[in-house]
Design a protein around this ligand. Structure first.
Ligand SMILES: [Fe+2]
Ligand SMILES: [Fe+2]
Length: 360
């Protein structure tokens, strides 16, 4: 650990802090809840005013019907699995509400997030039905079988069934889901005989063709979800550094996507994933874990491990205005109160890949 008194201006620029301390546990939780509430308001506004699509009004079923025969069996198998995973939305929301019940801002986020997630299963049902690759009866039977199982954080991701665990897991899972859906969008475009990037016509009208357009729309939701959970983790990291970093490390060490193993036809899905290499451990590391660590201000997983060890030794009375960590996970302390020294500096928020990533 390096003490850097009076080293103002050389660290990350911080946001104005409303609470001066003393940094009791209660004060930390209160400050984190205040900032989480502000983050929720920003998220909710965008959800209501920008991501306000519905599966029945804003997708292109006629183009799905025209191009459905071009979709491969593996693509169809994987889209059906996405339908299954998204159809656990009720369980995700219910479980989260139990775990987050004592926090109003987190409860409200859980509800708003669930409202957006419910559209995704409906979108995948529409894609499969309109593409002519599944009948309404087949889809009903599949969704009924999905509903026969219950998903809980406790059983499926042991050790992460805490408020922080849910938040850190969601941050990573949403980014992985965004990656998966964007890869599937590219795969569908290839099967449709379209170039990887949107054509001038698609750009002009603002939506991509058929099922590719559906994946584009849903992926935009997913990256926004990643953005809000990332923002929350960064808030918690400022006020509860050791707990947050320690939970993040647990999530990074044992990450698996939700509900895959309880889906009907799980072995067909595993075989399709192996054949297509759509989502591999290497891709998870390079395209999901590493960018998320980078957004947190950490160089790599070793830096996260180091930050966990160092955070354990932080003097308990020091608030976020006294503490920051470097990209290698080394903590820097200032004995004077310095709002410039604030972990999770908002300047880093520039690297949060929200809707802007979806420019094409
Ligand atoms: Fe989703
Ligand atoms: Fe999501």
């Amino acid at each position: 650990m390096v003490a850097a008194p009076d080293d103002k201006g050389t660290m990350m620029g911080g946001m104005p802090l409303i609470i001066d301390g003393p940094w009791t546990r209660e004060a930390r939780e209160h400050a984190a809840a205040d900032e989480a509430h502000q983050a929720f308001i920003r998220y909710f506004r965008r959800a209501m005013k920008i991501r306000n699509w519905t599966p029945w009004d804003d997708l292109h079923p006629e183009e799905m019907a025209k191009n459905g025969h071009l979709l491969s069996e593996d693509t169809i198998t994987i889209i059906q699995a996405y339908l299954g995973v998204e159809d656990y939305v009720g369980d995700y929301v219910e479980d989260g509400l139990h775990l987050l019940n004592n926090s109003r801002e987190r409860r409200n986020l859980q509800l708003a997030w669930g409202m957006e997630e419910l559209k995704h299963a409906e979108a995948w049902e529409l894609v499969l039905l309109q593409s002519g690759v599944r009948t309404a009866e087949e889809l009903k039977e599949y969704r009924d079988r999905v509903g026969d199982h219950k998903w809980t954080m406790r059983e499926n991701h042991p050790g992460l069934d805490t408020s922080l665990g849910v938040t850190c897991y969601a941050m990573l899972q949403e980014r992985a889901t965004y990656f998966n859906y964007d890869e599937m969008r590219k795969r569908i475009r290839e099967e449709y005989g379209l170039p990887e990037k949107a054509t001038p016509l698609e750009r002009q009208r603002g939506t991509q063709i058929g099922a590719a357009g559906a994946f584009k729309t849903v992926a935009t939701d997913e990256i926004a979800h990643h953005g809000i959970f990332l923002e929350l983790v960064r808030i918690y990291m400022r006020y509860l550094p050791h707990e947050t970093l320690d939970t993040m490390l647990k999530v990074f060490n044992g990450f698996t996507m939700p509900a895959l193993h309880i889906l009907p036809n799980a072995s067909d899905l595993a075989a399709a994933m192996q054949r297509t290499l759509l989502h591999t451990p290497l891709k998870q590391g390079r395209q999901v874990n590493n960018p998320v660590l980078d957004s947190m201000g950490l160089k790599n997983k070793r830096a996260l491990e180091r930050a966990v060890q160092e955070a354990k030794m932080l003097p308990p009375g020091l608030g976020p205005e006294h503490v920051a960590f470097s990209r290698t996970g080394e903590f820097v302390l200032s004995m004077v109160s310095d709002p410039q020294l604030a972990n999770g500096d908002p300047a880093l928020a520039k690297s949060i890949p929200v809707e802007e990533m979806q420019a094409d």
